[in-house]
Every structure is written in C-alpha cells, then in structure tokens.
Write a new protein. Structure first.
Length: 158
C-alpha cells in the first residue's frame, strides 16, 4: 500500500527580524555618527561601523528573501514523500531519490528544542534528514517515522 506525505518548506516572518535589527542599527549609527567600542578600545570607527551593519543588513535580508522564495516555490510545486512496501522516494535538489528499506543502515531520531528530526544513513553513506516542521502535521511525521522503524530491517544502531 502506497502512502504519501506532504513535505514542503515552511517560512516564518521572524526570519526577517535579524535584518530589521541590522537596518535599525545602521540607521542609528549613521544618524548619530556612532562607532563601536568596548571601554577604551575602538572596534569600529564611525563610517566603518555603518558599512559593517549595512552589509550585515543586506546579507540577512537576502537570506530571508531566498528562504521566502524557496518556501513559495515549495508550496507551488509540492514534492511529496511516497512510501510503499519496498522503498520510499522523495525529492532533492538534483531530482527524485528512491531508497530501499533494506539499504538503510542507520536511523536516528533527534529531538531538539521544538523540532524533531529523522536522520537516515544508507549503505552507500548517503545522509538524508527529515524535519517535523516540514510535514503537514506532527501525526504525519510520527506515521512516517513509524513506517521507517517498522520496515527498515538492516539498521545497525538499534
């Protein structure tokens, strides 16, 4: 029986927060002609501090826009994970990958602060990582992990 899981890039507007902070610092340092110093040690003088914060603001803004663009493309062209009796397949940047359950040699479950991850190592030393936040729901993530635990028989780290 073939099962399909929605797996797409998500975007949070909080990704823009660092850019907004650096933009505010750039404006503040430019208006009041501030430099950056610790006690008597000047780290950045007036014009240099503005340039450094402006470059950081541009970098953070570019990162946020690229992440937004990736999330938008992911919503428009979803790439589901398809699991059947023998293997599962999913999309990567170069195309679609199909992994047989018998080729999985390590299966790890990482539980970080609010994000759970499944990390898979195959016999060919390929590494694939799936995060819970990119699944449609926590239940879908748990179901996918349950399928992997049940059907991957050659796991050495059990």
């Amino acid at each position: 029986m073939k099962q399909t899981f929605v797996y797409e890039e998500k975007f949070a507007f909080s990704t823009f927060y660092p850019a907004l902070v650096f933009i505010a610092l750039t404006i503040l340092f430019a208006l009041f002609k501030y430099g950056l110093a610790i006690k008597n040690l000047t780290l950045l003088s007036y014009p240099t501090s503005v340039y450094v914060f402006a470059v950081c603001a541009l970098g953070c803004t570019a990162y946020a826009f690229l992440k937004y663009k990736r999330a938008k493309e992911s919503r428009q062209n979803p790439s589901p994970i398809e699991a059947d009796e023998q293997s599962f397949s999913f999309a990567i940047a170069k195309g679609r990958v199909s992994v047989n359950y018998v080729d999985v040699k390590e299966l790890w479950h990482k539980n970080e602060t609010d994000e759970e991850q499944i990390v898979i190592y195959t016999m060919g030393n390929d590494r694939y990582q799936f995060t819970s936040e990119r699944f449609a729901s926590k239940e879908a993530f748990a179901q996918f992990e349950e399928i992997l635990v049940e059907r991957c028989t050659n796991i050495v780290n059990r």
